[in-house]
Design a protein around this ligand. Structure first.
Ligand code: PLP
Length: 430
């Protein structure tokens, strides 16, 4: 079904980076913002399923899905066909000022798919950070309270509100002050016992609870190292928010759309958010973000928030097909392949620490940040694309269409890369 299905992968035909890649890298260096963080010099040309081909014809097995975005696989033929069909009909009309079918259809689909029985409404944005900004504005406006709580280790994006909510790395904030006022951080719990103690401390010492609009939390911290909420934590948080009249905002920008083996990660924990923030995998790679809020929470009047491109017709059509593919096949595959991946990682002879996550949102700790970075480099040079997260973890977030054989191939390369790094004395904490 995918273009590269019958070709050997990985397949490296030049040293890396190849000659064509080297030319593009030089131009990138001259013209593109230096703020981007690239782990290795991959210059992608085409993608198909779990495979990326670079500008020199080298084929890589992709365990990144373009940072957890290409959940249905790169360029799934049904997604491509929907995009082509919609592009020939209507590319843009601005859903904030006019109506068109794909936006309304997708809103209905998301509202019905979001966890919990309460009726929902949807606001469309273009990215994860924009979804978070929308949630922050809606929470403050709806509650008429100013303070907001978020967790250390969280990542919510890079616009001012989202950056202030994030508690991941100083580089995200350094030099950008002043940030948004009245945002507080508490530690993300590692275990259920006492998991609300820091929040209780906060409301007793610093932030009167009647001034807190919302608590923002990732069900599984993404950038923070694929840390899964401990059992009972989200339920306790739900009760805490209800007790104090605060909104519970769940950021599923990375964990949503089948990645954890359920459509939304929060379904593993049995709670209903007041606002759910979505982006990344929602439209198989087209820029789209959304918040799905309880209908009585989404009570802002016309003109109070909008976006020219948010909910663009082409992106919405891609999202509708994405949801069909996830429902029919790929979410279940993510659950099965995630189990396979985690049990194999836990059996690896040496070199890795904790293995954690759910489904294909799985991470493994390396002994040091340097060892982690070296393993990612070694894997790239063998044709496997990996990314890091947290302080010293490697994240495994391939497209959800990945086969059992592709998992095996990736694991073999990962193990070889580990072995290579463990033989370098300076890195050999393995
Ligand atoms: N929230 C989470 C959990 C994320 O992982 C990210 C991006 O990695 C964002 C928000 C921000 O999304 P975007 O980069 O689309 O603005």
């Amino acid at each position: 079904m995918f273009l590269f299905d019958h070709l050997p992968v990985p397949h490296l035909r030049t040293p890396l980076p190849g000659p064509n890649a080297a030319e593009w890298l030089a131009k990138d260096d001259q013209y593109v913002s230096p703020s981007y963080t690239r782990y290795y010099p991959l210059v992608a040309e085409r993608g198909s399923g779990c495979v990326i081909e670079d500008v020199d014809g080298n084929r890589f097995l992709d365990f990144t899905a373009g940072i957890a975005v290409a959940n249905t696989g790169h360029c799934h033929p049904e997604v491509v066909a929907a995009i082509q069909d919609q592009a020939a009909k209507l590319i843009h009309m601005s859903g904030t000022d006019f109506y068109y079918r794909p936006q309304i259809e997708l809103a209905e689909r998301l509202a019905k798919a979001a966890p919990g029985p309460t009726p929902k409404k949807v606001f469309f944005a273009n990215s994860g950070a924009e979804a978070i900004e929308a949630a922050l504005k809606l929470a403050r406006r709806h509650t008429q309270r100013s303070r907001v709580v978020a967790f250390l280790g969280s990542f919510h994006g890079r616009t001012y509100g989202a950056m202030t909510l994030s508690g991941s790395k100083p580089i995200h904030r350094r030099g950008f002050s002043p940030l948004v006022p009245d945002i507080h951080h508490v530690p993300f719990p590692l275990e259920s016992e006492g998991c609300l103690d820091p929040l209780e401390d906060l409301i007793h010492r610093i932030a009167p609870p009647e001034e807190i609009a919302a608590v923002f939390v990732e069900a599984i911290q993404g950038e923070g190292g694929y840390r899964v909420s401990p059992p009972g934590f989200l339920q306790s948080l739900r009760d805490f928010c209800d007790h104090h009249g605060m909104l519970l905002v769940i950021d599923e920008v990375q964990s949503g759309f089948g990645r954890t083996g359920k459509l939304f990660a929060v379904e593993h924990f049995g709670i209903e958010p007041d606002i759910l923030c979505l982006a990344k995998g929602i439209a198989s790679g087209l820029p789209l973000g959304a918040i799905v809020a309880k209908a009585d929470v989404m009570d802002w009047p016309p003109g109070s928030h909008a976006s020219t491109f948010g909910g663009n017709p082409v992106a919405c059509r891609a999202a509708l097909v994405t949801m069909d593919l996830l429902d029919n096949e790929y979410t279940a595959n993510a659950a099965a392949r995630g189990k396979q991946l985690q049990s194999a990682l836990r059996k690896l002879p040496s070199g890795i620490g904790e293995v954690r996550g759910l489904g294909l949102m799985t991470a493994a700790d390396l002994p040091t940040p340097a060892a982690r970075d070296a393993v990612i480099q070694a894997a790239y040079h063998r044709g496997l694309l990996l990314l890091g997260c947290g302080e010293r973890a490697i994240r495994f977030c391939p497209p959800l269409c990945i086969s059992s054989e592709q998992i095996e191939v990736g694991l073999t390369i990962f193990e070889e890369s580990l072995r290579e790094v463990c033989n370098v004395p300076a890195l050999a904490a393995c």
